[in-house]
Write a protein that binds this ligand. Structure first.
Ligand code: HEM
Length: 666
């Protein structure tokens, strides 16, 4: 009897897996592997690489097979996983067995594996993103409630349109630029293909989710192309049956300088100098980022320009990003030379590894102590203990915390900063008076402002980025990205559509998750069932756009909130951003303040803790003066002359200190 029932179970599993494979081949007829990295569509949102393609195939088989088996047996996935025969057979057939063996090391792996010894894939590149809340999809993993929700472009027209140009009163363009840099250190979500979803022949393709354009639109007609993110499933500790659609992160979750070094040994090998192998490649003259297999748009008259190459393919998106990349490559090379000079006996690999480790630490230090407090404000910084201590070690590592990227963080919360994007990119000369401006749309995917004259104008770009303000964090997005994103799209509309594509639950669900009140209707006020964090005007816009308060998308509800005290986002995004940065800190065994093999000696750590972003900017761009806090502009009407640190008046670069190398002398 027992044998018979086991045989039936095995037959069921086999049949389900065949079913899954059949579904995959139907899918692949529509969507064969076409990885074209070098075109515009790929840049708008990165198209999956070969490895993501494989993950997607595995996910389709697994999901379809699990569902088929559930239907056939009338059991839930959890019940099926509890059955040893079924679970083992399923595992054998569709779950590739993991062969990762971890050995303790003082340096991170390139792909982030083995950061957590018990769970080697936590935070690793090419793994599924995790969730704060389970996804909500319609049948067949279609985006939720698609028919009833307003079009993302309509939302953009009604809520996100910038009716006035409002520069921020406190924060500089560097706040935007550093945010984008960090985004590219931690998350890269690939899309499922490179096709035109507005073409009616693709209407039934499951990877298509085009954005409907309302009639009378000021810029677009009918349809905006939009391809869904590649599907993945996550492995669970219980077993391998899984029918939940997830999305992929192609890079390591850790703040580890991945945008400089890449997330694999292969990527790194293209970035290291071939002769002096402890250095990162640069292009001479000019000490700029190297050329490489990357895409950008250069016009015919810019014949000496080139596409910059870095650890992240998105480096050419906008000049301010290329500038901060260049800063960190130059700092890597300066530190590597310094350490090599002190330890001439060290191999080039040792110098490289140690420098990469220091750079990761410096990036963490600046991000958590200079940048993040601006974003989430002191209350959230304190609540989650995100600030580093002044000196010495702090062992915050918790091996039970999964640091992986949370979907609502990458698909929504960190994208708040799209609202900060300035309508121009510009140069500011040494006198800080003569600004030369270029429209944002003319500079997207075009590194001209960074690379022209062998980088001779880079200093001017950096001066503008640090000295002039970004835009206010609010519901308004500049035309350059709302109507002219890479000439063909609308960035905030894409953010809304991406949230739906990823099955993000609604705004109200995330309010509850964060311990904040849920609104019952569109009324504002202090009562707990009102929109407590919205102005009357923003609540009115939501009401005019959505049929029900429970329909409001996370991105839309949160970006229209009033800013939390001392923060540059409202309470919902502050909560999600703080929670993500919390696990990125406590879930990272290489967190720079940790003690032991993966950390630094106390002397080295204290040297790192004295590094300030302003000193790096001074050193690498030849500036004479800078604000002590380069994420903030000078306080209006107080400078020059005031020595009150709150006024953030410019100081001489000659007073700035760089990393003291002496603790590295062996
Ligand atoms: C001019 C500047 C910028 C441009 C042109 C830009 C453009 C884009 C584009 C086209 C996407 C993909 C949209 C999609 O299809 O889903 C994206 C994603 C994203 N952006 Fe930006 N962005 C800029 C600045 C920033 C800044 C300042 C931040 C944060 C501080 C940021 C955070 C993000 C995040 C977190 C994602 C999702 C990344 C992923 O998971 O792959 N972006 N951005």
């Amino acid at each position: 009897e027992l044998k018979k029932s086991s045989l039936t179970k095995l037959e069921d599993v086999l049949e389900s897996v065949f079913f899954g494979r059949r579904k995959l081949s139907e899918f692949r007829k529509l969507n064969p592997l076409t990885v074209k990295e070098s075109n515009l569509q790929h840049q708008i949102s990165p198209v999956k690489s070969g490895r993501s393609h494989q993950m997607e195939s595995d996910a389709i088989i697994k999901t379809e097979a699990t569902r088929h088996l559930m239907e056939k047996t009338g059991k839930t996935a959890d019940e099926l996983m509890a059955d040893e025969v079924i679970n083992n057979a399923f595992r054998e057939l569709v779950c590739p067995s993991s062969t990762v063996r971890c050995t303790p090391s003082e340096y991170r792996t390139m792909d982030g594996s083995c950061n957590n010894m018990k769970n080697p894939d936590w935070g690793q590149s090419f793994t599924a993103q995790r969730r704060f809340l389970p996804p909500v999809y319609a049948t067949g993993d279609k985006p939720r409630n698609s028919e009833n929700l307003p079009s993302a472009r309509k939302i953009s027209n009604d809520i996100f349109k910038a009716t006035e140009t409002v520069h921020d009163k406190k924060y500089s363009g560097l706040t935007m630029a550093w945010g984008q840099l960090i985004d590219h250190d931690v998350t890269k979500t690939p899309t499922a293909g490179n096709i035109d979803c507005c073409n009616t022949t693709n209407a039934d393709n499951p990877i298509c989710f085009p954005i409907e354009v309302p009639e009378g639109d000021e810029r677009f007609s009918n349809c905006l192309n939009f391809v869904r993110s590649a599907a993945a499933t996550s492995s669970t500790t219980k077993g391998c049956l899984n029918d939940r659609r997830e999305q992929i992160n192609e890079i390591t979750a850790f703040i580890d300088g991945g945008m400089l070094y890449g997330s694999s040994d292969d990527e790194l090998s293209l970035l290291r100098d071939q002769t002096i192998t402890y250095l990162l490649k640069t292009k001479e003259p000019g000490n700029l980022l190297p050329t490489g297999p990357s895409f950008c748009l250069i016009t015919d008259d810019q014949e000496n320009d080139y596409c910059q190459h870095a650890g992240d393919t998105r480096v050419n998106v906008v000049p301010t990003l290329g500038a901060v990349h260049t800063l960190l490559v130059r700092e890597h090379n300066r530190i590597a030379e310094g350490i090599k000079n002190l330890n001439i006996q060290w191999s080039n690999d040792k110098v490289f590894d140690e420098t990469r480790k220091i750079m990761g630490a410096i990036i963490q230090h600046i991000t958590y102590n200079e940048w993040l407090p601006i974003v989430v404000g002191d209350d959230y910084m304190n609540q989650y203990n995100l600030k580093s201590s002044e000196r010495g070690h702090v062992n915050s590592y918790d091996p039970n915390l999964d640091p992986s990227l949370r979907n609502s963080f990458s698909a929504a919360a960190l994208r708040y900063a799209h609202s900060l994007i300035m309508p121009t990119q510009a140069y500011l000369d040494k006198t800080y008076r003569n600004e030369e401006s270029f429209s944002l749309e003319s500079q997207q995917l075009n590194p001209h402002l960074v690379v022209q004259e062998n980088g001779g104008r880079l200093e001017d770009l950096v001066r503008w980025t640090t000295y002039k303000p970004c835009m206010t964090s609010d519901r308004m997005f500049e035309d350059g990205i709302r109507n002219f994103l890479f000439g063909t799209s609308d960035l905030p509309a894409r953010n809304v559509q991406r949230g739906r594509d990823h099955g993000l639950p609604s705004y109200n669900e995330f309010r509850s998750f964060c311990g904040l009140s849920r609104a019952k209707n569109f009324k504002t006020g202090r009562k707990s069932n009102r929109l407590r964090d919205h102005s009357k005007e923003n609540a009115r816009l939501l009401k005019q756009t959505y049929k029900s308060i429970d329909d409001v998308d996370l991105y839309v509800g949160a970006i229209t909130e009033r800013l939390a005290p001392g923060a540059d986002v409202g309470p919902t995004f502050a909560c999600l951003i703080a929670k993500q940065f919390d696990v990125l800190k406590r879930g990272d065994s290489f967190w720079y303040e940790n003690q032991g093999l993966q950390g630094f000696s106390e002397e080295k750590l204290n040297a790192i803790k004295r590094v300030r972003l302003s000193s790096l900017l001074c050193e690498h761009f030849g500036l004479d003066t800078i604000q002590p806090d380069p994420f903030k502009i000078e306080r209006a009407g107080r400078c020059p002359g005031s020595s009150n640190t709150k006024d953030n008046c410019m100081v001489r670069c000659s007073e700035m200190k760089l990393l003291n190398f002496s603790p590295w002398r062996v």
